[in-house]
Design a protein around this ligand. Structure first.
Ligand code: DC
Length: 225
């Protein structure tokens, strides 16, 4: 049987990483791992327990105690924290505004990277995030760095939010995305950065299908018999 490869997809907020990663994983029969959901799940729990999202010690001991599960289903990935389904809750505005702070904490990152490496242990995995190609899976056979203009990303998020019933103007979304770009690229611990061996894809004027096809094309070139 053919061995799968590890595919790392990184890029800024709302670049379409998870949509593309899901499609790619499903086309290849690979496991999809959304690492952003793990930071979001921790942030959700911290907010619920009134833990300061800048307190690395408190957050890392919380992370030691909780169980975060990413469960693939026919309808998409379900995220559970201590058995509670938080799939919708982790996309709330409150979590979105606080997650960059949680994700900037060095000990939290160390622990998350450890967990993510364990999850990727089986071959045939598509993992998306900010530091997958640079820190989590530095030996991934295929690394993609995906981006799009701030306006295009805000528009995509607007469409997604409308489906979820979240009311946020284009102006606010552009501001949210720029703020998160700044926080994610300027943090000290594993900032968002393109790995030197990653393939750069600007998806601004590409369709979802075109991006997925481009990635599959690169996978075909790398797959081992
Ligand atoms: O992809 P997302 O918007 O769900 O990610 C949420 C936040 O988590 C984002 O602001 C950056 C952070 N993150 C990270 O620092 N490293 C990852 N591997 C994934 C996400």
């Amino acid at each position: 049987m053919e061995k799968g490869i590890q595919i790392a997809i990184d890029g800024p907020a709302a670049a379409g990483k998870s949509t593309i990663a899901k499609i790619t994983a499903s086309k290849l029969g690979y496991t999809y791992i959304d690492t952003g959901a793990m930071y979001r799940a921790l942030t959700y729990k911290a907010l619920k327990e009134h833990i300061d999202v800048y307190d690395d010690d408190a957050l890392s001991s919380l992370l030691e105690q909780i169980v975060i599960e990413l469960v693939p289903t026919e309808e998409g990935q379900i995220v559970r924290v201590d058995g509670e389904d938080v799939t919708e809750e982790i996309r709330s505005q409150e979590v979105t505004s606080n997650v960059s702070a949680t994700a900037a904490q060095p000990r939290v990152r160390e622990m998350m990277v450890e967990k993510q490496r364990l999850l990727a242990n089986t071959k045939g995995v598509v993992m998306d995030g900010r530091d997958i190609g640079t820190a989590v899976l530095p030996n991934a056979e295929l690394k993609i760095f995906m981006t799009a203009s701030v306006e295009e990303r805000a528009e995509r998020r607007f469409v997604e939010n409308t489906k979820r019933g979240i009311d946020r103007s284009m102006e606010e979304l552009c501001q949210d995305i720029s703020n998160r770009d700044k926080a994610d690229t300027e943090r000290i611990a594993s900032p968002l950065k393109q790995a030197s061996d990653a393939i750069f894809i600007d998806t601004t004027s590409m369709s979802i299908e075109q991006v997925a096809d481009t990635i599959i094309h690169h996978v075909e070139k790398r797959k081992r018999p």
